[in-house]
Structure formats: C-alpha cells, structure tokens
Design a protein around this ligand. Sequence first.
Ligand code: GLV
Ligand code: MN
Ligand code: MN
Length: 413
Amino acid sequence: MNIDIARLQKEIDDLALISEATPPVVTRVLYSDADMKGRAFVKNLFREAGLTIREDSIGNTCARWEGRDKSAAPIGTGSHIDAIPNAGKYDGVVGVLGALEAVRALKATGFQPQRSIDIIIFTAEEPTRFGIGCLGSRLLAGTLAAEKVANLKDREGGTLDSLRKHAGFPTSNPLDVRLPKNAYSSFIELHIEQGPILEQRGLDIGIVEKIAAPSSLRMKLTGVGGHAGAMLMPERHDAGLAAAEISLAVEKAAKTTGSPDTVGTTGVFRIEPGAVNSVPCFAYLEIDLRDTNVTTRDAALVQIEAAAKEICQRRGVTLEIERVNVDAPATCDPRLVSLIEGVCKKQNVTCMRMISRAYHDSLFMAQVAPTTMIFIPCLKGYSHRPDEYSSPEQIRRGVDVLASTLEDLASVG
Ligand code: GLV
Ligand code: MN
Ligand code: MN
C-alpha cells in the first residue's frame, strides 16, 4: 500500500494551525470558530477524495466510501478533531486524517470495497465545553439520558441546543442521532497511545483489548465571602479552602486504592470572586477519576464524595455534587484484535495487546459494534500538551495497518 505520508503530515500540520491558541498550541473547543473551521478543512479533504458527507444534528460527521453491497452494514473508522485547551496536534486527528489517507491509499490500488467504509468525526470527544467526554459517540450509542442532554450547559450557560443550532447543525432532536442496531459491522479507531509503553518497549503498534472506565464529578461549593482584612479566621467559611482540601482528598483516594491503575485529577478549579483581598465565597471543581477496574474506581468515587461532604460540613460550606458520568470499561472484540495482529505480522511490524487508559469514542462504539483500536507510539507518552509528537514513520505504519485492516473487513460481504 502506498501511504503518502508527506501529504498526510502536511494535512496534520495545516489542521494544527486552525487553533484558538497561538501555534504550536492547539485548542479547538466544540463549536468554536476553530472547531468549525477545522471541520470545514477536513470535510473539504473528504470531498476531494470523493467521499459522501452526512452530518447529524450535533455535528457527528460521516464520510462514506460506498461499497458494492449497499445493504451490508458498513465498517466504521475515525476519531475526533476537537482539542482541549493547550493540546497538541495528534490526539484524535491521526485517527481522522489517517483514516482518510488509508482510504485514499486503498482507492489508489484499485480496491473496490464490498462493504461501505465510513470515516466518522465524532463531536466533542473532549469534555471541555460541557464537562462530559465522548458526547457524540455517547449519543450515537444511545447511552445519554434525555434529561442529561437537556441539562448540558457550558461555562456561560449556553445549552447544547442553542450552541449546535448556532453552529448550523440540523434542528432535529439530538437523541435521534442514536444508531440503529447493527449499524456498523465493525469499528476501528487509530490513535496515538498517549502513554509511554510502546516507545519504552520499542514496538510499532498497540492493539487495544480494553478501555479503562472513566468517571467525572462536578462540585459547586458555596461559602461566605467577605473582606480579607476584616474577616477574622475563626469566622470564615472559605469555599476556596474547602475546594483545596477536596482536591487533596481526590489525590489521596486515587493513591490509596491499592491499585496503580487508579488515577484522580482535579482539572478544573475556579474560585470566586477571584480578588486577592476577598475571601472566596464560591468554588467550582471538575474531577476526573478512572481505573481499569470498575469496582476499584467506584469505591474511590464514593470515598471522594464522602470526603467532600465531611470537609464542607466541617467548614460550614454548602456542597452540591453532580456525577457527570460514571462509565463502564469497554472490552474490545477479540476477533478484530487477532485480525490486526495478523496484519501486523504480514507487514512485519511489531505489536502488543494493551489497555487504553485514556478514553476514546471507541468506549461507546464498543457498545454498538465489534470494536478495537490501533495505537501508535508517541514521544515519551506525552499527550494533552503542545509537545505531543509521533514521527511520520510511526504514523505511516499505523495508517498502513489500518488500511490493510479496512481492506480485509470491507472485502467480506
Ligand atoms: C481523552 O481525551 C481522555 O481524557 O482520555
Ligand atoms: Mn484527548
Ligand atoms: Mn483522543
């Protein structure tokens, strides 16, 4: 297969310039100008490759290479192009533009797929805007309750409904994007590893067997504000200090489960009014907690909630807790894992089976289709930071493995 890595690398580099931040920093938050321009850039490439584009009411975008058998369930691939604040250029993007390059390479060989191949750009894999990750794939899998969808709000109070309409997506109900049963015969996502294992072991490809279970919490703390000079210490109900203590309780809970796989992060921490001479009257936290073992994760979650209640009670601060998402882990399809192992062997690339500690749209696609992921190494495991990097050769190998896997799957009627 002739993968044009120079073309693909240029497209990755060009997309990275469409950012809310100054390059090389990539920030593309859902429905922002950069997100919309990024989508337009990729859709244009899809069109140039002769693919047919369809968008749903929240902006999940599907580019189809029509197969000979229109009645057969297609093969899905793809990932996301939204990027958290201060991100790099490979997370998600390699799975979208890499899939496009795989399709172009297959087309160039004269291959005609029996089953259609869909490249999907999932809406908002990143949780930045609404606090919940994998919004698009959750809705495709039908796992988000109507009430949660209606209550999604961003920092400025904007709702999913108003923002998606403003972004120009069709007005039908977001719950209608749910995929019908057996919509995809399989789903394969190419992604950078976002961890150091492949690089440390000098391996080319990871094949994902399991995706760790993510969860997240929101906490709103209301204390008593006042003058930083005049309000004496015994009188204080400082929401900021309660939030600080809760952040430490998150760290403690994650470190004391007895499992090295538990990870807890307080990634959003805001206090109000945010003036040096004012006691914080309000604090807002977003907490991310994960484990490969769901029982361990759940126990840590309960511990964090109990600690937060105790801290706020002791400090005379009112606490509201919302469980934004508490997801199960995903088990990947063993037949697809073996198939990709076979492809790696044929291509003479080294591989290992592994667990994904990061979450991906595959976590939800696995609920509706046999799914797995192809990981490529990235420098020192860096991700969610601007110096995220995979070499052109590492990307080329991943795309080559994806292309052969798609060829195999799409040949069967
Ligand atoms: C995905 O971006 C994650 O946070 O795992
Ligand atoms: Mn990410
Ligand atoms: Mn990603």
